[in-house]
Design a protein around this ligand. Structure first.
Ligand SMILES: Nc1ncnc2c1ncn2[C@@H]1O[C@H](COP(=O)(O)OP(=O)(O)OP(=O)(O)O)[C@@H](O)[C@H]1O
Ligand SMILES: [Mg+2]
Length: 228
């Protein structure tokens, strides 16, 4: 394994993605090469339809590229079976979404706790992790609130706690501030940055917002499925 691959948390080589829409081929990504080092706080910016979500979903192992190769933490993804991909996703990758994606009938506490049932851990450890992360994101006193009883910023904080409780190495956030007012969006980004610095968690997030981009340690720009 060469040096570059071993220090990269993400290495994408020649990624293309084509969608079939009826009989039309839509080229969403047209040959992306991207290396992301451990600990980066990387922004992906680009206009609507440029391929940001597609790229994040491929790095997050939710979608498969049409061609090209992705390495996550040095592991070559191509040719891995679905079980292995699920394992890699569960142990290394966390996702944060524009729409927060919380479960409406569960409290903030239960939303953070829920994915941890998939992991082998004692009840006590589970409770410790949930409490630790709810406090970390400043939602400790709202732990019994359901998503409907929280503001947008508070919902995104719960979503961040849920992601972080699983101890991911890499967090992918697709326009995490797009449904928030400007000030709240910047607060959420500040929270992500604090986690990035204190836990050395790598973050890759997409955004349209120049103020959000300013906080990144590096910005890559995408247009028409190509980095530019
Ligand atoms: N499931 C799909 N089927 C067909 N075409 C798709 C599909 N998903 C995405 N596309 C197309 O791929 C291209 C890239 O889309 P993508 O959602 O990655 O862009 P984006 O940069 O995230 O845009 P936005 O800023 O609006 O979220 C677009 O042309 C889009 O229409
Ligand atoms: Mg998108």
């Amino acid at each position: 394994m060469d040096q570059q691959i071993s220090t990269s948390i993400v290495s994408a080589k020649g990624i293309t993605k084509e969608y079939l829409l009826g009989r039309t081929i839509v080229p969403a990504l047209r040959g992306i090469d991207l290396d992301v080092q451990k600990g980066e706080f990387l922004a992906i910016s680009g206009p609507s339809g440029s391929g940001k979500t597609t790229l994040l979903n491929i790095i997050g192992l939710i979608e498969k590229p049409t061609a090209g190769n992705v390495f996550i933490d040095g592991i070559e993804i191509q040719n891995q079976n679905d079980n292995t991909l699920s394992e890699i996703r569960a142990h290394r990758i966390g996702m944060i979404f524009q729409q927060f994606n919380l479960i409406p009938v569960l409290s903030a506490y239960e939303n953070v706790e829920y994915p941890l049932y998939e992991k082998k851990m004692s009840r006590l450890e589970r409770a410790d992790r949930v409490k630790k992360w709810l406090d970390w994101v400043g939602i400790g006193s709202f732990q019994n609130h359901r998503p409907m009883e929280l503001s947008g910023g508070q919902r995104q904080r719960v979503a961040i706690a849920r992601t972080m409780a699983a101890s991911p190495l890499l967090v992918l956030a697709d326009e995490p501030t797009a449904n928030l007012d400007h000030k709240t969006g910047l607060e959420i980004l500040e929270l992500m940055k604090t986690i990035n610095e204190s836990h050395q968690t790598t973050f890759i997030f997409s955004t349209h917002d120049p103020k959000v981009m300013e906080r990144a340690s590096r910005i890559v720009r995408i247009a028409d499925g190509l980095l530019c």
